[in-house]
Design a binder for this molecule. Structure first.
Ligand SMILES: [Zn+2]
Length: 547
């Protein structure tokens, strides 16, 4: 366990073993030598639920091999259920939907246990205002077989629009019923080449252009200001997924970008701050001259780096959970209005980092789509799972765009959508369909109802009190001398709080644009060692800039 600087995680870890009733995972009891088995997980979850009044475990579905897809809900003093959770800040964790990426699942098991048993008053306070949802094993068949896809060889993380798999369907139903404000999707990656993708943690937000702009922006803010900060404060360098550095130049990599089948995008389309987290699976030999460490140590690092990111998520929910709940509720209202007023284009291509082709931009968009009964039957149960409402009018089936599911509708129902499941007729005149409540709704969930206008909790106090003094609040530049290295430095690149900073003669000049007490420096230097060997040195430093 590296020295974690975030008080929240430290408190979690200290608090957990104090209670005799708190069980340990198989991974913990073997000190990381191997991952928790399915049977161990089931016994562990039962013990957590029996030992803590804060926990409720329900089944959200079954896999092809009949393993349960479970949801663990945590709140204090007890779980509040879906209806109350829709009205308060709610975060959902999807753990290891790729079955051969088990570290996220281990981190989830540990965190849900720690939240269930913590006696730290600040954390209990967060649990009183916030619902935490875990799908601890999102692909149980894939995990059992240690493979990426599910038992039908479908990549679940391309299926969140099409909903062909029982796993993606279960998660879609959970999102519809609980309307989480934040969703973290936990993965692992193996860097194929040195230098490209070598950070301990990578992350990415919803890039699909149909996602609500404020949901998009707050997702990025959460990532940069909370997830990256927590990760780097714990000693895990973090960067954006799809952005690799090659010899100090940023190189854009293809990483799914706007693909609406990927969870982070599908969540953005459903007004959820959807974030992909990838942690590095292997040991970076450049970090030590002693060579690779033992496997258990590497596996503990894989789990710990996820936990560091999750501590940032908890801090976000504590400090900004009410903002997230407001933004996601307002996004629902905005998309209903946009769809009804046809005031925003629909994008069938492009991403926030890729200009869409002219043919992929439809402006004004259709006011709705007309389906046949055969299409409705064939789409079953997807309309309901996406919360798409439809009306029956004079023997026709009409899907109006003026509803909460507006961003999903064209991508699913229009032949121009890359992953469409029907070729419905786009409508230019919806006069008969608009303004009326649905006579018929798909599915039984509350999808399509706007939670806008529901009261949300007042802003929550921070877990970690930030000390401030007048000198911290002023906008200024702080000079930080970089640590000495052995050999001659021939290239230096420094980021402070994820922004590039100017360096001259071994001193980084960090501009403080808002009050901060600490700055996290990520230092990458190319060095010629005294023997002539060239190495890339990466270091992370947390610097206190005022008191
Ligand atoms: Zn993955």
């Amino acid at each position: 366990m590296p020295a974690l600087l975030l008080a929240v995680l430290a408190l979690l870890l200290l608090a957990a073993p104090a209670r005799a009733a708190a069980p340990t995972t198989g991974f913990e009891s073997r000190n990381g030598a191997s991952f928790t088995t399915h049977q161990e997980e089931q016994a562990f979850l039962s013990a957590v639920a029996q030992g803590s009044p804060r926990v409720r475990i329900t089944e959200a579905g079954r896999t092809k091999e009949n393993r349960p897809l479970q949801l663990v809900e945590i709140g204090a003093p007890g779980p509040v259920g879906a209806e109350a959770s829709r009205k308060r800040p709610t975060a959902m964790l999807v753990c290891s939907q790729h079955g051969n990426e088990p570290a996220g699942r281990e981190a989830c098991l540990k965190l849900l246990r720690d939240l269930a048993f913590t006696e730290d008053p600040a954390l209990v306070g967060v649990l009183e205002r916030t619902t935490f949802l875990f799908v601890p094993t999102a692909n149980p068949d894939g995990r059992a077989a240690n493979q990426r896809a599910n038992q039908d060889d479908v990549d679940i993380n391309r299926d969140h629009l099409s909903l062909d798999t029982p796993e993606a369907r279960a998660m879609a139903a959970l999102v519809r019923d609980w309307q989480p404000d934040v969703l973290l999707d936990l993965h692992e990656y193996g860097p194929s080449q040195p230098v490209i993708y070598d950070d301990a943690v990578l992350w990415l937000w919803p890039r699909n252009l149909n996602a609500d702009q404020q949901v998009h922006d707050l997702s990025i803010e959460m990532g940069r200001e909370y997830l990256v900060e927590a990760s780097e404060a714990a000693g895990y360098p973090a960067d954006e997924y799809g952005q690799a550095e090659v010899v100090d130049n940023d190189v854009a990599q293809t990483a799914g970008d706007g693909d609406e089948g990927i969870m982070r995008n599908a969540m953005g389309l459903r007004h959820v701050l959807g974030i992909l987290i990838e942690t590095r699976v292997d040991f970076d030999v450049r970090e030590s001259e002693l060579g690779p460490a033992d496997q258990a140590k590497v596996q503990r690092r894989r789990v710990d780096s996820h936990l560091a990111v999750l501590s940032g998520m908890i801090r976000f929910m504590s400090e900004r959970g009410a903002d997230a709940a407001r933004v996601t509720a307002e996004a629902t209202d905005r998309k209903i209005a946009e769809g009804a007023g046809r005031t925003a284009p629909v994008y069938f291509g492009g991403a926030d980092n890729e200009k869409p082709a002219a043919a992929d931009v439809v402006n004004p968009p259709p006011c709705g789509y007309e389906l046949t009964d055969a299409m409705v039957a064939e789409l079953e149960p997807r309309l309901g799972l996406h919360g798409i409402r439809f009306d029956r009018m004079d023997g026709r089936v009409l899907v109006p765009m003026g509803q909460a599911a507006e961003p999903v509708i064209p991508l699913l129902l229009d032949a121009r959508g890359e992953r469409h499941k029907a070729e419905a007729k786009p409508l230019d005149n919806c006069a008969t369909a608009s303004g009326r409540p649905g006579e018929d709704t798909a599915g039984g969930g509350p999808g399509g109802t706007a939670p806008g206008g529901t009261p949300v909790a007042p802003p929550a106090p921070a877990i970690t009190p930030v000390k401030s003094s007048p000198s911290c609040a002023s906008r200024r530049t702080v000079a930080v001398r970089l640590p000495r290295v052995r050999g001659k430095v021939y290239r230096t690149r420094v980021h402070a709080n994820a922004k590039r900073v100017r360096v001259r003669r071994g001193v980084a000049y960090v501009q403080l644009r808002r009050p901060r007490t600490t700055v996290i420096l990520r230092i990458a230097r190319r060095v010629v060692r005294p023997g002539g060997r060239r190495v890339l040195l990466k270091q992370s430093r947390t610097v206190r800039v005022c008191r």
